[in-house]
Ligand binder design. Sequence first.
Ligand code: TEU
Ligand code: CA
Length: 573
Amino acid sequence: MSLSDLRSPRLTDTAPDWWKGAVVYQIYPRSFQDSNGDGIGDLRGILQRLDHLERLGVDVIWLSPVYRSPHADNGYDISDYQDIDPAMGTLDDFDELLAAVHDRGMKLVMDLVVNHTSDEHPWFVESRSSTDNPKRDWYWWRRPGPNGEPPTNWESFFSGSAWQLDETTGEYYLHLFDRKQPDLNWENPEVREAVYTMMRWWLDRGVDGFRMDVINLISKNVALPDGVVPPGKLYGDGFPHYAGGPRLHEYLQEMNREVFAGRPGLITVGETPGVTTAEAALFTDPARHEVDMVFQFEHVGLDHGPVTKFRPRRLEPGELAANLTRWQDALARVGWNSLYLGNHDQARSVSRFGDDSSHWYASATALATMLHLQRGTPYVYQGEEIGMTNMPFTTIDEHRDVESLNWFAEAVAAGSSPAEALLGLASMSRDNARTPMQWDASPSAGFTSGRPWIGVNPNASRINVAAQDDDGSVLAHYRALIRLRHELPVVAHGSFSRVDAGDDAIFAFERVHGADRLLVVANLSSDERTPVVAPAVADRWADARPLLANLDRPGEAAPFAPLRPWEAVVVGA
Ligand code: TEU
Ligand code: CA
């Protein structure tokens, strides 16, 4: 069987689990394409760039938030769920974009941010106005402790206390993220009904699903106990009390009944920091009717230091593969994985897990190969398909992200030198992934005719879409991987088993679906490595046909030949 003989299911596939054969592309609209020269990406900009996505071959586009927002957290602080932010365009622009995406056979997924709203959302404006306002109970209000202190010792994700004292009534409100992102109280049925009504409104408009922001934080332990204070920290760890709360599964099942039932063809993915494999299996067991898949965080936490992610540790070759294998095995029979290495909250994957200096092309493509050919639905974060790297920020003024700015101020106040604190941001700041998409070698990389809201990476002159239209580019390799998923059922539906290649740095695995078999052998290190496999394994692949490789292979593609740094080989049988 050769590639060209195979069918291309794309979205003609009407199976309820069509998303197993799909690839999702995440757009961070603020940084994708500006259409009007104000330096901020917008909906009409996305419309101008749909050709790129269609040629890449992705099936689904996920838009990070485009709703009306004061932008304390780049749109993850929403003040109107049923309108488009003026910086992004209008509802008419949105409808036009949605129609254009559908015309090209792709689907569109919205970001659903309902653990919290903006403090400028009318619900919160009402809620804070008095202790007896009907919306008071829509958020988490608590009286100060005996000495005026916050109700619990929890730390916000963005540094400092998770509670803010509100002068109007002298009570504190909970904000797990910025103080402009008050947490909604899902215990209140009116809150849940308001959220479901809003979700139905978007589905009626034609959107194809939701990526649910920190959805495992919506149910909290209502007793609000203090957290344990870890060594070296000022605050307690509230995570066990606000994540995976007692009513979480009930809420998700209720949402599913109230919003998704009777609407086939959707895709839902929950963002679930800290989720375990056992919990992920529950969320994604189709029989439980919760969500189709979740984003787990273990592999993007491997390099976090013990006190903060901003003082990271070096990963050993093999650690990433071992962790991803654990997730493959855990969700092998029940549930489904989301496959991702980067997004708008993570450093650029080629800089973090690869080698963006000596082996930029090889490591970007080796990482993509091992990720896309696992069992699960792959996500491509904008710019990853051309190997965009971390940004060489040199001053704090170049940073924009509230998380980075707050942590920097806190670290410097605690005695760090600014240079040392900047070093932490250099490898881990979310701003690394938020610089403008690199379309071409022009001064603002083709992103804007104006002044971009955040700096363009100087390597845009070299790393850009226009420069990668040929074979042998990172972009061409992504196109080939996406095509493999569409054309070979074994990629979407096959089983996964890791192959012991005698070296932790070599990620080798087999996929099997009926009579179809696929083998991936990837060297995830910057040294030459030689696979050593059991004779039975070598025999099984003796007559393998080459399907894809990221580096030119002299002669026949023997899958277990010595591998150059970051070399990846895919064969079929
Ligand atoms: O992120 C939630 C989350 O837990 C992280 O990825 C977060 O960026 C990190 O832990 C901070 O240290 C989601 C969104 O993806 C993120 O952009 C938002 O800032 C956050 O929720 C709040 O809405
Ligand atoms: Ca704009």
